[in-house]
Design a protein around this ligand. Structure first.
Ligand SMILES: Nc1ncnc2c1ncn2[C@@H]1O[C@H](COP(=O)(O)OP(=O)(O)OP(=O)(O)O)[C@@H](O)[C@H]1O
Length: 617
């Protein structure tokens, strides 16, 4: 006889999924897995033995014989021992059965949590190593909900599903075999119910898969909404949008709940639905067995044992039906997780990647074209034919209107994105030929909003170099004009900075980021509006720290305030993804083009920028 299998989606075959779960996760825990299966088989077998024993037990106890009796052709019990032997046998078997169940549960719990832990670790590593373009195209809530929620569904499927499902299926099988020994025709009647139960499982399985999918999508939406609200709490408060946000999140919660309730309903309804079938069978068996007993073809013990087995078979069937829906949900989650895990990053290291020789580095962009969504139809290029170079010790500035492509140029250097045409080179070597870690070791990046971890000041600075000593950290902080304010903090370098550095001012955060860059001591320095968010005093401190940092390195900087780029060795004016002008501040002012216009505008805003006339042009 075949135990009803959990329903599978016809379009997505179940077998490869199960093979993968076995290959990637369960096979690593083979001893525990097989031990739990063995214990499941033992407990299932002993359950059948216990129930089968009811037959001789009842017949012995009610129809006491004078001489020794033989049970199942092998167990001989003296007549005066029946009253002790029968209960003792039951107790011993029950204890062994319970121990196997407990042992199995302990193994299954470890197995399930071990597997979910493995999946969570893989998901995180997939996320942190994913291409920036993929991370930017999905909301961070998606990743959070898949690591926490979807992975847990898979665990439930393993513990509640795979193993307990097997235990109950084995129990069902064992009980049905034992029933066959009591009365074969009666057992065949029972088996007529199997196709009906199979149909019930498929029906509810389909529903619960659909509900599980909906719940996963809405859980993603919920985590995204929660994260967005926490990130944007200032905006929400200043715009008095609390009520609107409450309504938005409540709507997501309601939608999610509808799916969750549907899933729970399928689980809750599947069991009773199969109960109806089970009790229908019990009724039919009663009628038939009563008739057989009337004819003297069945003893009271056999009848009682058969009914007890039937009830247990009904219970096991109910469990199997229930677990089939849990299994469907887990498999739906597993499909989604595997699909996410299977996305290979496009930005990969070449097999024969090389390392740069230590020393100064010249950076060049050589006829570079780039589009964010290169594969998509009608995707407009963000950069077109951009060429520029920065020699060691040089400071090169990128200026130009907002959205022109300046930050995009910086992102191409550490290969956050790859060019669609042309090449980016370090010392003449295409960045795609270099080891990724080595490439990124050569670059320090300081942005307008530097990111700090919720850790100590020292740890945040040391993020720039693994294994930095306390002295090196302090030296870097001094160079970044950060030491004095750090020393004045309640716990000095051991002060925790709060979420994203919330306990520090913008200028302080900026100087910690600069200290980090000092510590990294990379030959290439990228500055993306590193001073634009600061007040004049902080800016002066940060500016002088930055000047010390830039010395001897190839620096590529973006600045909106032209005062900060006046001393650059070369300035590239970027407009609509192209280099439209190139030269020193003086040369560009004389040219009288876009740069000169920007300079004139900024001098109107109080920025000291000489007009073309002032330079004698
Ligand atoms: N992750 C992204 N996905 C798609 N398009 C993007 C992405 N980042 C930037 N863009 C687009 O690329 C163009 C160039 O953006 P970029 O940030 O490089 O300009 P920018 O010159 O640095 O602007 P700003 O001075 O305002 O910072 C813009 O049109 C922008 O909309």
């Amino acid at each position: 006889m075949t135990v009803p299998a959990p329903a599978s989606d016809a379009r997505e075959p179940l077998r490869p999924l199960l093979v993968r779960i076995w290959r990637d996760y369960l096979s690593r825990h083979k001893p525990a897995f097989f031990a739990s299966m063995l214990l499941a088989a033992v407990s299932a077998g002993l359950t059948a033995v216990l129930l089968k024993f009811l037959e001789p037990a009842i017949d012995l106890l009610f129809g006491r014989e004078e001489g020794p009796v033989t049970v199942w052709g092998s167990l001989t019990i003296p007549a005066n021992m029946v009253l002790i032997a029968v209960p003792l046998f039951i107790v011993v078997v029950a204890v062994i059965r319970s121990l196997s169940i407990v042992g199995q549960a302990a193994l299954v719990n470890r197995l399930g949590h071990g597997v979910v832990g493995d999946i969570q670790k893989q998901l995180f590593s997939g996320m942190i190593r994913a291409d920036l373009s993929r991370l930017r195209s999905q909301h961070s809530g998606t990743f959070v909900s898949s690591v926490l929620f979807d992975a847990n569904l898979v665990r439930e499927a393993f513990t509640g599903g795979v193993v307990n499902y097997t235990q109950n299926a084995l129990m069902l099988l064992a009980v049905i075999i034992a029933m066959g020994f009591i009365d074969l025709p009666l057992t065949l009647i029972v088996l007529l119910g199997v196709p009906v139960v199979n149909w019930i499982i498929r029906r509810f399985g389909k529903r619960s898969r659909k509900a599980a999918h909906g719940a996963m999508v809405e859980t993603e939406a919920l985590s995204s909404a929660l994260m967005e609200n926490l990130d944007g709490v200032r905006l929400i408060k200043i715009e008095n949008h609390e009520a609107a946000e409450e309504a938005r999140v409540a709507a997501v919660i309601d939608r999610r709940q509808r799916h969750v309730i549907k899933g729970a309903d399928s689980r809750a309804f599947a069991g009773p639905a199969s109960d109806i079938v089970a009790y229908g069978i019990v009724a039919a068996v009663m009628a038939y067995a009563g008739w057989r007993a009337g004819q003297g073809a069945m003893t009271v013990g056999a009848f009682a044992s058969f009914i007890a087995m039937l009830l247990l078979a009904g219970q096991a069937l109910r469990q199997v039906t229930n677990l089939a829906t849990v299994l469907s949900e887990g498999l739906t989650a597993a499909r989604r997780l595997f699909a996410a895990l299977d996305i290979e990053p496009e930005i990969r290291e070449a097999d024969d990647a090389v390392r740069l020789t230590p020393g100064p580095v010249t950076v060049a962009l050589d006829h570079v074209c780039f589009a964010y969504h290169a594969g998509e139809e009608g995707a407009a290029p963000t950069l077109a034919d951009v060429s520029l170079h920065v020699a060691p010790g040089e400071t090169v500035a990128l200026v130009g209107p907002s959205g022109g492509g300046k930050s995009t140029i910086l992102s191409l250097l550490p290969r956050f994105y790859d060019v669609t045409e042309g090449r980016v080179t370090l010392n003449g070597r295409d960045v795609r030929e270099l080891s990724l870690a080595d490439l990124r070791d050569h670059i320090a990046l300081v942005t307008q909003e530097p990111f700090l971890f919720d850790d100590t000041v020292a740890a945040n600075i040391a993020y720039g170099r693994k294994g930095a000593t306390a002295d090196q950290i302090i030296q870097a902080a001094r160079a970044a004009a950060a030491h004095d304010f750090i020393a004045a903090l309640p716990d000095g370098y051991a002060t925790r900075v709060g979420e994203a550095g919330a306990r520090l001012s913008g200028g302080q955060r900026q100087r910690i980021a600069i200290a980090r860059a000092f510590l990294k001591d990379a030959p290439i320095l990228l500055l993306d509006e590193a001073t634009s968010a600061l007040d004049t005093e902080s800016e002066a401190l940060v500016q002088s720290a930055l000047e010390r940092l830039m010395a001897g390195r190839a620096t590529l900087m973006i600045a909106h305030r032209l005062s900060t780029v006046r001393n650059a060795d070369r300035i590239y004016v970027i407009e609509a993804g192209r280099v439209v002008e190139e030269g020193s501040h003086e040369q560009l002012v004389v040219q009288g083009g876009l740069y000169a216009r920007l300079a004139r505008q900024q001098s109107l805003d109080g920025e000291p920028a000489p007009l073309p006339e002032e330079t004698g042009a």
